[in-house]
Every structure is written in C-alpha cells, then in structure tokens.
Design a protein around this ligand. Structure first.
Ligand code: GDP
Length: 337
C-alpha cells in the first residue's frame, strides 16, 4: 500500500484555531518520545538509508503504532526510497506525516453531525412544530468499565451544547453503583437534562423513556451512557442489542453513532479488546480517552488502520472542556511539528 503521490480528494478542513494548541498539549508525552527519537536518528545520518529506516521502525513500535501499521508505513517508505531517494531527515519526517494523515483519514466517514446540522428543510416545514423538523440523533457510548464512558458522556453533552445543539442525557448504566449520580453531576455542569431510573433498573426501559422525551421535546442530540461490558459477556451484549432495537423502534435509524470508548493508556491490549467488541456491538467510531496521560498516543493510528474505524473524539483531561473533536491533521502536526 502506498500513500504517496496524487492529492487526497477529500481533504479535511483546516483545524480550528486553538484546537492545535490543545491537541499539542495533550500529546506532549507522545511527542517528546516520538519526535525526539526521530530527531535523534535523522541527526546521525545525512541521507536516509536502510539503517535509518530500521531505526525508525523501532521508534514507531515504541509509540504503540502496532506491528501491522508500522510494517505498512515502512513498506511505503522503502518503496518510495527505491524510486526516489529520501534526501534528508526533513523529507523523511514530511513523508511520515503524509502517511500518518492518510491512515488516520481513511476511515473518517462523512460526519453525521454536519448532515444533521444543516438539514434541507422546505420553507413550509419551518413553520411546523419543532419536533417534526428532525428526529434526535442518538449516540451510544459503549466499552469496558473504567475507560471513561460516563465522564465522556458528560463532556460530549457539553461539546454539543457548545455547537448550539439541544441535548438530553440518558443514564442507562444502571449497573455500576455510582454511574447515575456521576452523570447527574455532569448533566448539571453542562446545563442539560437527564433521564434516569433506579440503580439496577432496566436500561432499555430508561432508554425508551429518554427517546420518547427527546422526540417530544424536539431535542437534537440524545447521548446514552451504557454499562461497562466485555464482548464476552453474552447477557450484557444481548442487553445492548435490546437497547439498539428499542432506540430504532422510536427513532428511525437510531442509534446513529455507537462510540466505543477506549482508554489510550491500555495500548495494544485495548486494541485487541476493541477488535472483538466492534464486531459484536456495531461500533461506528472511537472516542479515545486519557490521551493526556500516555506516551503511547500512536495507538490512534493503529486504531484507524487495524480497526478501520474513525477516531471521532479524544479525551484530554478530566474537566468538562477536555474533549476534542479529532482531526488527523491537528493530531499529526501536534506529534511531529
Ligand atoms: P466508566 O467506568 O467507563 O464510566 O469510566 P469513568 O467515566 O468513571 O472514568 C474513569 C476514570 O477515568 C475517572 O477517574 C475519570 O476522571 C478518568 N478519565 C476519563 N476520561 C479521561 C481523560 O480524557 N483524561 C484523564 N486524564 N482521565 C480521564
């Protein structure tokens, strides 16, 4: 596979100002590890030879890009070097950046948020009641316990509010004792309403209530926190299925997004878990948390390449505003300058 030559057709929008700085700060540890090693290896050589490429290979592996992804990148670089010598470190860095952006952009499907945000509404429909204009976009957050689902549901609510979208939270993690109270705090902080049931209640039932309320109130975004589960727990996976059916019954096409919440600090183990999870849960994208706490941020590239799923958002801290919409350009620029 070669990523060089030819312009990318669907070039991604330039990242918003501010995003790059925040992304840079979040990936500081990964950048320090990756960029300084690359600087070190290119400083030693004038021209980029096979030995430089071999050193680059081990640098990429230590940043958690994974064997498969690293092998692809190296094959493309060697191919390029065979046809046209890679002049110097600066050129190597630039070729590497091109490749990382291409890999990260490959699964970035058109964002449903944009299509929903600018609906083609006939003029007469504008006078219709709010609820008839568009049904809510439903987002499920799924994943294993402790990855940051509840925190991310709260942050995502605030993120959508900042886009001027109306939001309703649904506390469907009725399994973990503190999850409902925790989400309630986030709902209050971001100024959105929340639908809940008692601890141990039926998650599909609370989702039914939340979906009905979201429709009746003309809400644009319904965000559903779900219980932590492993793909191997068939009872819990069946429960997720039931939730999907419940959502679809009330709202056409729901759930529109199923975001698998992954903890960046778990590296390649998390990737293996995610691979099995995505097959069972109809995952449409990744929300990668705790990017601020790891030197292994390269996992984002492995996710895009090996799971063929877009990274949609990254968690960069524990505060409400610590959620960034993912941009391949901003991420790669932050890593490699
Ligand atoms: P859940 O079990 O998946 O719902 O996980 P929680 O939402 O309770 O989060 C588990 C822990 O991870 C909490 O201490 C969160 O504050 C923390 N956390 C979540 N997202 C991030 C993040 O992006 N960065 C950091 N540093 N911590 C996070």
């Amino acid at each position: 596979m070669s990523f060089f030559g030819g312009k990318r057709e669907n070039s991604v929008a330039t990242p918003k100002p501010g995003l790059l700085d925040r992304m840079k700060q979040a990936v500081t540890r990964t950048r320090e590890s990756l960029s300084s090693k690359i600087d070190g290896l290119v400083a030693l050589t004038r021209t980029v030879d096979e030995q430089t490429l071999e050193s680059l290979e081990s640098v990429l592996l230590t940043s958690d890009l994974g064997v498969q992804t690293t092998t692809d990148i190296l094959a493309a670089l060697r191919d390029r070097a065979r046809h046209q010598a890679i002049r110097d470190g600066a050129e190597l860095r630039s070729l590497l950046k091109q490749q990382l952006i291409a890999i990260l952009s490959a699964p970035q499907a058109p964002n449903t948020i944009q299509t929903l945000a600018a609906p083609q509404v006939p003029p007469q429909a504008l006078e219709a009641p709010k609820a008839q204009l568009a049904s809510p976009q439903v987002t499920f957050l799924v994943g294993v316990n402790g990855t940051g689902k509840t925190t991310s549901a709260g942050k995502l609510a605030a993120w959508y509010r900042a886009q001027n979208r109306t939001v309703l939270l649904c506390a469907a993690d009725t399994f973990r004792a503190a999850a409902i109270e925790q989400l309630e705090v986030w709902a209050a902080r971001s100024g959105v309403e929340m639908i809940k049931t008692r601890h141990g209640g039926d998650p599909a039932a609370v989702l039914y209530d939340a979906a009905s309320a979201a429709k009746a109130r003309g809400i644009q975004e319904l965000i559903v926190d779900t219980a932590g589960r492993l793909h191997t727990k068939s009872g819990l996976m069946d429960e997720l299925d039931k939730m999907r059916r419940t959502a679809a019954k009330l709202i056409p096409g729901a759930p529109h997004q199923v975001l698998l919440v992954m903890d960046a600090t778990t590296g390649q183990n998390g990737l293996q878990q995610a691979r099995l999870f995505t097959q069972a849960a109809g995952v449409t994208g990744i929300l990668l948390t705790k990017l601020d706490g790891t030197a292994k941020g390269g996992i984002a590239v492995a996710i895009a390449r090996e799971l063929a799923l877009p990274v949609r958002f990254v968690g960069v801290g524990e505060q409400m505003q610590d959620l960034l919409e993912f941009s391949p350009e901003a991420f790669v620029d932050s890593l490699l300058g």
